[in-house]
Design a protein around this ligand. Structure first.
Ligand SMILES: N[C@@H](CCC[C@H](N)C(=O)O)C(=O)O
Length: 285
């Protein structure tokens, strides 16, 4: 396995991006596990392939560090938008990207030629159990419902941003043992495709602090879809207005749930770290 790559991050949520127009990878899942290994590989939360699309400017496939494929990723979307623009794959600043979760539209916001932020139209949050997915009555929402994990009872709100999220409001996120409780909720029987898990503290109506346990990746420094799901959950629980800054371990995202088109918009940075070539020799060489 040998391919050129670029390493990017969105608020410390890091990814290896591979240009699928010029590079070939036979087994994406196996490659994700090897590439993301922080000792034996490049080290990342995920592997991303940028590919041609029949319906959009580009298609992107996202693999978590455990090799599982994710339908969507907010931080990757910002990074891929900047990547395709800066590598000359497109001259457009508004880019359409096909994902497993549907069409996502990032826009590079430039001021006098300089990138200020990347704003992404993340589409509508999906709230019905069948779309998250979550066991139970298919059409029902899951807002502030009880979830029991080994005798511990949580009140959770579940939202899909193309991928599943379980949001839990707490008084102090720093007191949560995320490494212990995260994997138990991720794999709870209520979630047939597992779930990402966000613990959220309300600072005020327009500022929320969030920590995340990601499905297939564990604790990460930031999660864009998680930040969007957090705002949706906070609005559904009357804990926030429709615009808020989401404070993550890696920095801040600005998220807005538009009442005009019901879409969620997320703005934040995208940072290139380095470029290289991944060389993987057979185990015994
Ligand atoms: N960090 C991402 C989400 C990546 C995928 C997630 N782990 C899943 O399996 O759904 C983001 O910024 O949204």
């Amino acid at each position: 396995m040998q391919f050129k790559f670029t390493k990017w991050h969105g608020l410390g949520n890091d990814f290896v991006i591979v240009n699928g127009f010029s590079e070939t990878i036979d087994d994406f899942q196996a490659a994700a596990i090897e590439v993301c290994d922080r000792h034996l590989g490049i080290g990342a939360d995920g592997l991303v392939l940028v590919l041609p699309s029949a319906t959009a400017d580009f298609k992107m496939r996202i693999f978590n560090s455990d090799g599982s494929e994710a339908e969507m990723c907010g931080n990757v979307t910002r990074c891929v938008a900047r990547y395709v623009y800066e590598t000359g794959l497109t001259a457009n600043t508004r880019i359409t990207i096909e994902t497993e979760a549907g069409l996502i539209i990032p826009e590079l916001v430039l001021e006098q030629g300089e990138l200020k932020t990347v704003k992404v139209d993340m589409g509508e949050p999906r709230l019905q159990r069948k779309d998250i997915p979550l066991l139970g009555a298919a059409e029902d929402q899951a807002v502030n419902i009880p979830l029991t994990v080994e005798n511990e009872r949580f009140l959770v709100t579940c939202v899909s941003m193309g991928n599943p999220h379980c949001v839990i409001f707490v008084d102090d996120v720093d007191l949560v043992d995320l490494a212990a409780i995260g994997p138990k909720i991720e794999t709870h029987e209520l979630f047939p495709r597992k779930t990402n898990v966000e613990f959220v503290q309300i600072r005020d109506q327009a500022r929320l602090r969030m920590r995340v346990w990601e499905r297939g990746a564990g604790i990460t420094l930031a999660c864009g879809t998680g930040a969007c799901a957090t705002l949706a959950a906070a609005v559904l629980n009357s804990k926030a207005g429709r615009q808020a800054v989401i404070e993550l371990d890696g920095g801040e995202l600005f998220v807005e749930w538009s009442s005009k088109d019901n879409h969620i918009y997320m703005s934040g940075p995208a940072t290139e770290v380095f470029r290289g070539e991944f060389l993987k020799k057979p185990a015994r060489c």
